[in-house]
Ligand binder design. Structure first.
Ligand SMILES: CC(C)(COP(=O)(O)OP(=O)(O)OC[C@H]1O[C@@H](n2cnc3c(N)ncnc32)[C@H](O)[C@@H]1OP(=O)(O)O)[C@@H](O)C(=O)NCCC(=O)NCCS
Length: 398
C-alpha cells in the first residue's frame, strides 16, 4: 500500500514551485487533483512536447496526478470548488500575490468549510513584508536569497546559477510542511495554514557559506575554478566543453590518496602541501600539479581512479550524462513511461527510494479527469456534468 494512500490534495499549483511539492505527494500515494483554469497550468506550454502533447517540463512535475478544469472566474465554477473542499485534506496554491483573493477564494472560508483542511501557500516573498506583492520566478528568488552573490568569478559580476533549486527547493520544503501538518491532522482532526516564502526557502541553502563572516561581511564569490579546501575544477582530456572534473581533497588523508593516485608520492611530504592550510596558501601550485594529471585522463577514467582511492570527486556531468552514465543506468534513475499522446517519455524517478512509492504514471492532459472526479467526489450525474461543460465551467480532454 502506498504511504500516503487516503490523503486527498486539491492542487492549485502551477509551473514548478508548487507542482514539485504535489508531485512528491502523488508519488507517495496521495490522490492529487490538479484544479486548472480553462487554459491550464502555463507550465504545460513551457518548451515543446512530443506529438503536440504537453511539454516535457509539465510531464516532469505532474505525473501521477489527476487534472480537472474549473473556471473559477464563474460563480458555478467557484461554487463547485467550494463543494469539493470538504472532501480534501490539503489545499495548495502558488499563484501570484492577491490572485486567490481576486478569485474570491478566502482561506478562512475554506477552513470554515473544512476545519481539517491543510492550506499551503507558496509566494515569492511570503504573505507579509514590503515585497509581499512582488511576482517571483525561480531565478528571482535565487537573486533575492544571495545565491548569485556567491557565484561567478571572484573579481567578476554575480552569475546566475543553472539549476532551478528555488522552485523545487521551495516545493520540497512545502511537502515537508504538509506531511507534518497531515500527521497532526490525523492526531487532532484539525488543519492549519502553511506559508512559504521562496526567498527564505532558498536562503536555507546559504547556511554553509563563509560562516566566519556570517551576518556582517558579504561572502565572496566562489570563482570558476577553485573552491575551498584545495578543491577545484580541473580540465580533463578532450575537447568537449564539459571535459572537466571536480576534485575535493578536504582532509590530509584524502590529499595523500590523491597524491598516490596521480603518481606523485613526493607531494605528500612537500611542506607546501602538507596541511590543509598550506594547500590553500599554495593553491596555484596545487592546481598546477593536479591539472597536469587530469589533462592526460578522460574525465570518467579520472573519476573512477580517484573515487576508488577515496578522493571525493566527480566528473562534470552534462544533462545527457544524467541519462547515459553507467552508475545512474545501473540504478534505473531514468524511467521510460508510455504517454497516450507523446508516446514513450523519459522521466527521472523520485530520488527517494522507499517502500510505499507509486509506480510512475504520465501527467494528465488538461481536464482529463474532470467528469471522473466530479462524479466520484460530488456524485454529479451525466446531465449535471454536461451542463457544467456547456456553461464553460469545466472542460474535459479534447
Ligand atoms: C509565477 C508568477 C510570477 C506568474 O505570474 P502570472 O503569470 O502573472 O500568473 P498569476 O499566478 O499571477 O495569475 C494566474 C492567472 O490565472 C488565473 N487562474 C488560475 N486558476 C484559475 C482557474 N481555475 N480559473 C480561472 N482563472 C484561473 C488567475 O485568476 C490569474 O488570472 P489573471 O491573470 O486574470 O489575474 C506568479 O504566479 C507568482 O509570483 N507566484 C508565486 C511564486 C511562485 O510560485 N513562483 C514560481 C513559479 S515556478
Amino acid at each position: 500500500m502506498a504511504s500516503l494512500e487516503g490523503m486527498r490534495v486539491l492542487d492549485m499549483t502551477q509551473y514548478e514551485a508548487g507542482t514539485s511539492a504535489t508531485q512528491y505527494l502523488a508519488w507517495l500515494g496521495a490522490d492529487v487533483v490538479k484544479v486548472e483554469g480553462p487554459t491550464g497550468d502555463p507550465g504545460r506550454h513551457v518548451g515543446s512536447g512530443m506529438n503536440g502533447a504537453d511539454s516535457q517540463y509539465f510531464m516532469n512535475y505532474n505525473g501521477n496526478k489527476r487534472s480537472i478544469v474549473l473556471n473559477l472566474k464563474t460563480e458555478r465554477g467557484r461554487q463547485t470548488f467550494f463543494d469539493l473542499v470538504p472532501h480534501f485534506d490539503v489545499f495548495i496554491e502558488n499563484y501570484g500575490p492577491g490572485i486567490l483573493e481576486a478569485l474570491d477564494i478566502d482561506i478562512e472560508y475554506l477552513r470554515k468549510l473544512n476545519p481539517r483542511l491543510i492550506c499551503a501557500r507558496l509566494k515569492g516573498f511570503g504573505l507579509s513584508g514590503p515585497y509581499k506583492d512582488f511576482l517571483v520566478y525561480d531565478w528571482v528568488a535565487q537573486a533575492a536569497a544571495g545565491a548569485f552573490s556567491v557565484t561567478g568569478d571572484v573579481d567578476g559580476p554575480p552569475r546566475i546559477v543553472g539549476p532551478t533549486y528555488a522552485d523545487s527547493g521551495t516545493g520540497m520544503q512545502a511537502a515537508i510542511g504538509i506531511l507534518a501538518a497531515y500527521v497532526e491532522q490525523q492526531r487532532t482532526g484539525l488543519g492549519q495554514v502553511i506559508e512559504l516564502s521562496m526567498q527564505e526557502a532558498v536562503s536555507m541553502f546559504m547556511r554553509t557559506l563563509e560562516l566566519e563572516k556570517w551576518g556582517h561581511t558579504p561572502a565572496t564569490r566562489h570563482g570558476y575554478l577553485r573552491g575551498r579546501a584545495a578543491g577545484g575544477l580541473y580540465k580533463c582530456k578532450g575537447d568537449d566543453p564539459n571535459d572537466w572534473m571536480f576534485i575535493y581533497p578536504a582532509t590530509t588523508q584524502m590529499w595523500d590518496a590523491l597524491c598516490a593516485t596521480i603518481d606523485r608520492p613526493d607531494m605528500v611530504n612537500d611542506e607546501r602541501y602538507v596541511t590543509a592550510e598550506a594547500r590553500v596558501a599554495n593553491i596555484d601550485s596545487v592546481y598546477e600539479q593536479i591539472a597536469a594529471w587530469t589533462a592526460q585522463h578522460d574525465k570518467r577514467e579520472a573519476m573512477r581512479l580517484l573515487g576508488a582511492a577515496g578522493v571525493p570527486c566527480s566528473y562534470v556531468f552534462d544533462t545527457v550524462d544524467l541519462f547515459e552514465d553507467e552508475h545512474l543506468k545501473a540504478r534505473d534513475f531514468i524511467q521510460t513511461i508510455q504517454h497516450p499522446i507523446a508516446g514513450p517519455v523519459q522521466l527521472m524517478r523520485p530520488a527517494l527510494l522507499m517502500e510505499g512509492m507509486e509506480p510512475m504514471e504520465p501527467a494528465p492532459s488538461l481536464g482529463q479527469h474532470t467528469d471522473e472526479v466530479l462524479a466520484e467526489v460530488l456524485g454529479l450525474d451525466a446531465g449535471a456534468l454536461a451542463a457544467l461543460r456547456v456553461e464553460g465551467v469545466t472542460r474535459v480532454r479534447d
